[in-house]
Design a binder for this molecule. Structure first.
Ligand code: SF4
Ligand code: SF4
Length: 388
């Protein structure tokens, strides 16, 4: 572990502020929310890692699962009481995972995900040649024909629920007359989850090849569906590669081009009451809280906020590789279910999301809860194509 990280690790004194939102209304760390053991909280992790580095704990499966159940939601780095080291909390957790990888001691779900990534260049263990089978009618990116590359990402290519987001995105981009293509031969996983899981070399290998493929196609502007990929290209790649792309989340393109669909918006006289769930990587990481709210305020809907919103948003539990390993989903109590319970309490018809991982986790939670009134989860792009 880096000397700087080693020098701060003993300074956490388990005050526990890091697991709450700003008003302390409930636990906001998804792994602690689900397991309710202090070791699953950010401060608990710090102490656990300290004991492990001191040689007082071994690398048991339980220890591994605790470390890998962090959803990298960034609540702790915003609410830790120590400004001097809070920005480094996730680096401590990541480097501990890096050390577990070096020891070859990781939970089976992590091992399988990384093996898939190595073999297939995606986390689903499906031949990457099948990546765009669902998009046969979409053109290959060509610098002479297209302004943007649409980077779709693993979840939207291979998960059936997230894939609906990608299909709606393509429909909406076409309706807004945006010229775009796909990197059908060259798109792979962005590698972010390998990085978050501590497999830095695999991250560099996958992401380096992806960056080369994009550069070889002379791409300048890229649109992302997943906030995770958008963050990865925006904040992580510049630390490793020489990159200078113009990057947009799909909601930025929609906001710029709302006038193109304005005439199509149907208002049937019945007001739809909606709320918005801020995804961690667009919200807490990149501080973009306004784009989706501006879009929703443009639509004929009644918009209300969830009690935990913006910086206090409650993570769905799917980040940090948990979408693939499900370590935050083992107990019956999960933040994804809690989020829908909170939405039902404010009486909304719809919870709008802007991230494929949130969509899939909330849709799963929807199936196991019988809420009254019923709350439907929908991606912002799907919602627009539904009413316009
Ligand atoms: S990043 Fe989120 S999930 Fe991970 S320890 Fe911090 S608050 Fe918990
Ligand atoms: S708020 Fe900071 S110092 Fe307090 S327990 Fe959490 S990580 Fe440790």
């Amino acid at each position: 572990m880096d000397k700087e990280l080693l020098s701060i690790i003993h300074r956490c004194f388990r005050c526990g502020y890091c697991k709450f939102p700003s008003d302390y209304m409930d636990f906001n760390c998804p792994s602690y929310f689900s397991y309710r053991f202090e070791t699953y909280s950010p401060g608990g992790r710090m102490w656990l890692i300290r004991e492990w580095l001191n040689g007082d704990l071994d690398s048991s499966l339980r220890f591994q699962e605790i470390l890998y159940s962090c959803a990298t939601c960034a609540n702790c780095i915003n609410y830790c009481a120590f400004p001097e080291f809070r920005d480094l909390l996730l680096d401590v957790f990541r480097q501990a995972k890096e050390k577990l990888i070096d020891e070859g001691k990781v939970p089976p779900g992590v091992r399988d995900y990384l093996t898939n990534l190595y073999k297939f260049k995606n986390g689903f263990g499906i031949s990457n040649k099948k990546r765009f089978q669902w998009a046969e009618d979409v053109e290959e990116y060509d610098i002479n024909k297209h302004e943007y590359l649409l980077y779709v990402g693993d979840e939207c290519c291979f998960d059936p629920v997230a894939n609906e987001m990608a299909v709606s995105t393509i429909e909406l981009l076409r309706r807004m007359n945006i010229s775009f293509g796909l990197l059908k031969q060259g798109e792979t996983s962005d590698g972010l989850e390998a990085y978050n899981l501590g497999e830095t070399e695999l991250f560099k290998q996958i992401a380096g090849k992806l960056v080369k493929n994009i550069k070889d196609s002379k791409v300048q502007k890229i649109i992302f569906i997943s906030p995770h990929s958008y963050y990865c290209f925006k904040n992580l790649y510049p630390q490793f590669f020489d990159v200078n792309f113009e990057l947009y989340h799909i909601t930025h393109i929609i906001l710029e081009n709302l006038s193109e669909i304005q005439k199509d918006i149907k208002y049937n006289g019945k007001s739809i009451k909606i709320t918005y769930h801020d995804p961690c990587y667009l919200g807490r990481y990149l501080k973009d809280f306004s784009t989706v709210r501006k879009i929703l305020n443009f639509l004929p809907v009644e918009f209300v906020e969830l009690p935990r919103n913006k910086m206090d948003s409650l993570c769905c539990g799917g980040g940090g590789g948990n979408f693939y390993t499900s370590l935050t989903q083992k107990n019956s109590e999960t933040t994804a279910k809690q989020r829908l319970v909170e939405a039902a309490k404010i009486g909304v018809d719809r919870v709008v999301v802007s991230c494929p991982i949130c969509l899939v986790f909330f849709k799963d939670a929807e199936k196991t809860l019988s809420l009254s009134p019923k709350v439907n989860v929908v991606d912002v792009v799907q919602f627009i194509t539904e009413i316009a």
